[in-house]
Ligand binder design. Structure first.
Ligand SMILES: C[S@@+](CC[C@H](N)C(=O)[O-])C[C@H]1O[C@@H](n2cnc3c(N)ncnc32)[C@H](O)[C@@H]1O
Length: 241
């Protein structure tokens, strides 16, 4: 998904997904963030919807890792709108988690809406990097990838409609199987008076993996699957020393 660059999606991301994703982030991560004392790692911070939830729920420093420049632009705009005291707690790492070189900085790591986007080799490197970044007894929370490929091309949903002045913004999402991955196609459209003003498309790859595969990969990096606080998340812990 990083390969896709987000050059198209970033324009529409918060408008079409912000409200739903903020509610989801609060439900999934706020409670765990409130217990973090040393630091929180936000892997693939994107436009900062989850980052802001973590900042609000916690008083700990936050390491926001975001390699895609278009997403960082949106993230920094979001941080610009926050108070200086909240902004002071964020360190922005403008590279992938594998390259950020973080060690023993966090008692909580959150990877929201990203693990599915990583090819298997990158996913394994990500676990290794997260394991290094976590303190002993630190917790990792993430939403798992799909477990299998779809059988054919199918519609999976719509984003919007959201009105901006006279215009209606929305997106259609489809997915189809490819060689070992799911191709997700986001088609964004802006309409006025029933007429399409513009239409733009961005494609992302999602990489399926079973819970057993994920568990084995985590274990190989010294992380143990533990009971997650929500049914739609997986959780892993770095054992206490
Ligand atoms: C779908 S977005 C999710 C953003 C945010 N976590 C959220 O839930 O709103 C996935 C993000 O992960 C970033 N990303 C992709 N590969 C990454 C990697 N190896 N390390 C860190 N971030 C990565 C992408 O650039 C993108 O901004």
């Amino acid at each position: 998904m990083f390969g896709a660059g987000y050059t198209v999606s970033v324009e529409f991301y918060d408008l079409l997904q912000g409200e739903t994703d903020r509610r989801l982030a609060k439900r999934r991560f706020a409670e765990a963030a409130s217990h973090a004392r040393h630091g929180i790692l936000d892997v693939g911070a994107g436009t900062g919807i989850v980052t802001e939830t973590l900042l609000t729920a916690s008083a700990a420093p936050i390491h926001a890792v975001e390699p895609a420049a278009p997403m960082r632009a949106a993230l920094l705009s979001r941080l610009a709108g926050l108070g200086a005291d909240q902004r002071a707690r964020v360190t922005l790492h403008p590279e992938s988690i594998e390259r950020a070189g973080l060690e023993d900085v966090a008692d909580l790591a959150v990877a929201s809406n990203i693990i599915a986007c990583l090819d298997p080799a990158t996913r394994r490197s990500t676990w290794e990097a997260v394991s290094r970044a976590l303190l002993p007894d630190g917790l990792l929370l993430f939403d798992p990838p799909p477990t299998e490929l779809p059988t054919g091309r199918e519609k999976v949903g719509r984003l919007g409609p959201v009105r901006v002045g006279p215009d209606i913004y929305g997106a259609d999402i489809t997915r189809e199987p490819d060689a070992g991955f799911v191709r997700m196609v986001f088609t964004y459209h802006v309409e006025r008076d029933g007429r399409v003003l513009r239409q733009q498309r961005e494609t992302f790859e999602l990489w399926p993996a079973s819970a057993a595969e994920i568990g084995a990969e985590l274990e190989a990096q010294g992380l143990q699957l533990v009971q997650a606080p929500h049914a739609d998340l997986l959780a892993a812990r770095r054992p206490a020393r």
